[in-house]
Design a binder for this molecule. Sequence first.
Ligand SMILES: Cc1cc2nc3c(=O)[nH]c(=O)nc-3n(C[C@H](O)[C@H](O)[C@H](O)COP(=O)(O)OP(=O)(O)OC[C@H]3O[C@@H](n4cnc5c(N)ncnc54)[C@H](O)[C@@H]3O)c2cc1C
Length: 388
Amino acid sequence: MTLPNRGDIIPRMEISYDIIIIGAGHAGCEAAYAAARSGCRTLLLTIDLDKTAFMSCNPSIGGPAKGHLVREIDALGGLMGRITDASFIQIRTLNESKGPAVQSLRAQADKRHYAQVMKETLERVPNLDLRQAMVERIEPIEIENQELRSEGAAQPVLGSRFSIHTHTGWRYTAQALVLTTGTFLRGRAITGEATWGAGRAGEAPALALGEDLASLGFPLVRLKTGTPPRINARSIDFTHTELQPGSEVPLYFGHYYSAEERAAALQPAQLFYQRAAAASYPQADSFAWRPQLPCYQVHTSEAFHAIVRANLHRAPLFSGMIEGVGPRYCPSIEDKIVRFADKAQHGFFLEPEAGTPTKCMCRAAVPHCPRMCSGRCYAAFPLCATLN
Ligand SMILES: Cc1cc2nc3c(=O)[nH]c(=O)nc-3n(C[C@H](O)[C@H](O)[C@H](O)COP(=O)(O)OP(=O)(O)OC[C@H]3O[C@@H](n4cnc5c(N)ncnc54)[C@H](O)[C@@H]3O)c2cc1C
């Protein structure tokens, strides 16, 4: 056997950065952008780069609780406001009939387009590398001021060094790590009586990193969230709904546009309406400043409530199967019907997730009962006569 030429042997790589961000959700993208713009050599690692800033639930941005956050991110030079402006399919001011203190801007983004624009934007940022890999292990090599940190003192940890290991066997080192892993660490999905490991719908959980953090002494708790069903738009008779059109006047989340940028935000290069509108969804509103898709309001009925009440024992929140608490107030439809038993109906919204929608999300009507029960609930509506 001939010995290999020493120059041909490629050594095991360990690449060094100033900062590594683990997870390219909303938080990770902003953290990576801020770090790179501050001049730090930055690495953003994520499980699937095509799911960069992908929204797990409704692709709505802003609203009463979070609209000011998007503005703050924009004021700090962040990306969310601008990417929303480039990818929304509807924008409007909520509570317009009420006082200014309770008004807020809310946009409905095209879910895939938002993710694509965010990824393409980050790919052009100097000092920032994007890599697709699942991080499995964190190895603290050196932690300066460790004693001070464990006593809770707010001391800088300059001089720290971490090594991280990915599922593909790569190692990277950095002086600082930012973990923005969202719902993925030891994540579980629950639908009615069924449960399985998931980071979010259709994606695997990050099990190894969850275990690793626990072994490093970080306390882990479980939070819960919920997502409403999507109804095939072909099953909906939109004449039974109340129209919620987009704004007739130009509105944006981004505040610091130059004149050219504002013109581009008015008519972004890649707009959904350049594709054929979905035959199953009503056509876009043709406002001069930018076409938008309407949303619709509907109300539950007594027949809907009766099916929910009869199947409460199969809803995991009521059967005790879900133990985690929600990070925010987002009651399920069972919760609303039980807690506000005196109300004959509850409002909810049918909203598109894309510029060419084939399905509608039922916002504010998250049932926890098994799929067959929630299917029966929605089929009880005249508007879903041919539910699919
Ligand atoms: C079903 C559901 C419904 C929700 N509904 C709402 C809602 O209505 N409103 C709302 O505001 N929020 C909702 N959320 C919460 C939602 O997760 C957050 O709002 C938002 O996505 C959080 O952004 P993030 O950047 O923190 O995390 P995420 O968007 O979850 O992004 C985390 C990223 O980290 C990556 N990652 C995870 N582990 C690793 C690893 N080990 N290595 C490499 N990459 C990793 C993932 O691939 C992902 O890209 C919902 C979540 C779910 C699952």
